[in-house]
Design a protein around this ligand. Structure first.
Ligand code: KIV
Ligand code: ZN
Length: 522
């Protein structure tokens, strides 16, 4: 008889635990774009956010819940009735909604955070799960700081919440303190001491403070966990969460050892990683497992030699299995016609509606006028940046930058806003700074540049330069903007304007009133 490997559910919390980490905040459109990719990836559960955190969070969870077709959509909440009600409001339209309740169980948290006794926390957990169950069939209970909790007490809490109707109970290593042996011991203990645990899903949620999140998650899988909570690129609080791509590929590659599998479409992993990095403007470190630029690079001669004889000598999984394509055999240029372009896009895995195809072709032609050869990496970057654009309140018309060793850098930027043409000149510490100052004079929004990042998408003299900026506006909001052209000054200006346009698209009141819209000389 053939024995089936155990199916492990992948619970993605990129949009909740990941998004709450500094530098990773996303707006509604970006969250929707990411949720769409998570569906393509085939995750079982998308934790869409923490609805009570703010009206924007609530709206984002509600929108995602209304659009996701296959995955369960979870919203996180504290063990408080009104939070549970609000979370249910946010997820109820999902095809498969889940209420995810969190309550701490370690003595440290009970004493210093909750100021409650063990008996009180036990009663609250049971009561709130029972309440959530009256609203939603699928209820997950997470015991915050479980790995520093007394196992006997944790078992009591899990017994109570399962009795109250929890369908998943989760063991978070909230502060990333555990080592794999302790995880194994905890899961074995719980499975032996919690009546009814075999009827629910036992989940693990690891943080990476000691670099052990993936190892700990795998130890939990070996010891009986049926769900792993993780994030794309391992983003999350402090040192992050267990990286989805590493957990999934370890389970796939070491099926012999773990006797488990997931439903993830691994060929979507690379796209998910790149999309997240494009959205957040945070680059993936080159040595990051699975998705880092060097993850499949073989530099040492002896390794290259072995690889040529048999890839298995130095490669345990193929780049293609995670969606990294070998360089396409086709290269496009300015004489390539629409048919070749369409074929190329299809080969790269893009299927576009006719109007999007027309628009993509127009953009390709503009790029081809400026860049001799266009490869799959150029097209990927073009398509990803396009997906994240906003209505252009300010459209760049022309710019001139001037700098040298003995002169002050100056820039002149001309933009269109509706019917108006606005133009300003400014000095700066360098040409990019001067251009940003000229734009500041036009928009008068009181912007602070938080970060500026530039990198080449491909090699060569005419490589596309991708610039990502993060701008802070006076209301505290930090917005990411991207620019992608073969000219780094143009990319910088476009990135700056993209962030401004994005901010204004979400704050139409800023666009309508105030001095920022007057076009008088400054
Ligand atoms: O790390 C943690 O404990 C959490 C809970 C909210 C599940 O993220
Ligand atoms: Zn967490």
């Amino acid at each position: 008889m053939i024995r089936m490997a155990r199916m492990i559910k992948i619970f993605d919390t990129t949009l909740r635990d990941g998004e709450q980490a500094p530098g990773y905040s996303m707006n509604l459109q970006e969250k929707l774009e990411m949720a769409r990719q998570l569906e393509r990836l085939g995750v079982d559960i998308i934790e869409a956010g923490f609805p009570v955190a703010s009206p924007d969070d609530f709206e984002a969870v509600r929108e995602i819940a209304g659009r996701v077709e296959h995955a369960t959509v979870a919203g996180l909440c504290r063990a408080v009735k009104k939070d549970i009600d609000r979370t249910w409001e946010a997820v109820r339209e999902a095809r498969h909604p889940r209420i995810h309740i969190v309550l701490a169980t370690s003595d440290l948290h009970l004493e210093y955070k909750l100021n409650a006794t063990r008996a009180q926390v036990l009663a609250t957990a049971e009561e709130m799960v029972a309440y959530a169950k009256t609203l939603c069939e699928d209820v997950e209970f997470s015991a915050e700081d479980a790995m520093r909790s007394d196992p006997a007490y944790l078992a009591e809490v899990f017994t109570a919440v399962i009795r109250a109707g929890a369908t998943t109970v989760s063991v978070p290593d909230t502060v990333g303190y555990a080592v794999p042996e302790e995880i194994t011991a905890m899961f074995r203990y719980l499975r032996a001491h919690v009546p009814g645990i075999e009827k629910v899903c036992l989940s693990v949620h690891c943080h990476n403070d000691l670099g052990l999140a993936v190892a700990n998650s795998l130890a939990a899988v070996e010891a009986g966990a049926g769900q792993v909570e993780c994030t794309v690129n391992g983003i999350g609080e402090r040192a992050g969460n267990a990286a989805l791509e590493a957990v999934v590929m370890a389970i796939a590659t070491r099926k012999d050892k773990l006797d488990a599998e997931t439903a993830i479409k691994t060929v979507e992993i690379s796209s998910a990683s790149k999309l997240l990095s494009t959205i957040t403007g945070v680059a993936v470190p080159p040595n990051q497992p699975i998705v880092g630029q060097n993850a499949f690079a073989h530099e040492a001669g002896i390794h290259q030699h072995g690889m040529m004889k048999n890839p298995l000598t130095y490669q345990i999984l193929s780049p293609e299995s995670v969606g990294i394509r070998r360089q396409s055999s086709m290269v496009l240029g300015k004489h390539s016609g629409r048919h070749a372009f369409e074929e190329y896009l299809t080969e790269l895995g893009y299927t576009l509606a006719p109007d999007r195809m027309n628009e993509a072709f127009e953009r390709f032609k503009l790029l081809a006028d400026r860049k001799k050869t266009i490869t799959d990496r150029d097209i990927d970057a073009l398509m990803r940046t396009r997906a994240l654009e906003f209505p252009e309140t300010y459209e760049l018309l022309t710019f001139v930058v001037n700098s040298g060793s003995n002169i002050s850098a100056t820039a002149c930027v001309k933009v269109r806003r509706g019917e108006e043409i606005l133009e300003r000149v400014a000095f700066g510490e360098g040409p990019v700074d001067a251009a940003f100052k000229a734009i500041d004079k036009i928009v008068k929004l009181g912007i602070t540049l938080v970060s500026f990042d530039i990198h080449a998408v491909t090699e060569g003299e005419d490589a596309l330069g991708q610039v990502t900026v993060k701008l802070q506006f006076p209301d505290g909001e930090v917005v990411t903007g991207r620019g992608l052209t073969p000219d780094i000054f143009e990319s910088s200006i476009k990135a700056y304007l993209a962030a401004i346009n994005k901010y204004l698209a979400e704050k139409p009141e800023e666009a309508l009133g105030g001095a920022s819209w007057r076009s008088g000389k400054s």
